[in-house]
Design a protein around this ligand. Structure first.
Ligand code: FAD
Length: 88
């Protein structure tokens, strides 16, 4: 829903950097959660090289850091909501 709403706002030229921060952070978290759940569904086979879930998880761990880290996007979202910056 967040990604869809951001897409609509972007098409209308109304998306803000803070909204993009929130969406990037959430999308990566959801993708990582999905990859972890998929790994768990496969049981022990999920950690073998026969299935690609661990590769997806490792890729997503990288995405947590690049293009703005998980923590920094949270600080940006917090600043957008409260008007108070917890960083300088
Ligand atoms: C696969 C990959 C590809 C990349 N590609 C590029 C690229 O193409 N171009 C480019 O310029 N950079 C790239 N980077 C670099 C990436 O943008 C940085 O690694 C990222 O911005 C974090 O900076 P840092 O590694 O110096 O971590 P730091 O700034 O040292 O942060 C370390 C940790 O502390 C947290 N942290 C930092 N400050 C605060 C704070 N005030 N409050 C709370 N937590 C805080 C961070 O969230 C992070 O978890 C890439 C990184 C990776 C992993």
């Amino acid at each position: 829903m967040l990604a869809w709403r951001l897409g609509v706002l972007k098409n209308e030229g109304r998306a803000t950097p803070a909204q993009i921060s929130m969406a990037k952070r959430n999308n990566v978290e959801m993708a990582l959660k999905t990859a972890r759940e998929s790994r768990q569904i496969l049981g022990a086979m999920g950690i073998t090289g026969d299935f690609p879930m661990m590769r997806h998880m490792m890729n997503l761990e990288s995405v947590i850091t690049y293009e703005g880290t998980h923590d920094i996007h949270l600080l940006i979202t917090g600043m957008d909501i409260t008007g108070i910056a917890a960083f300088s």
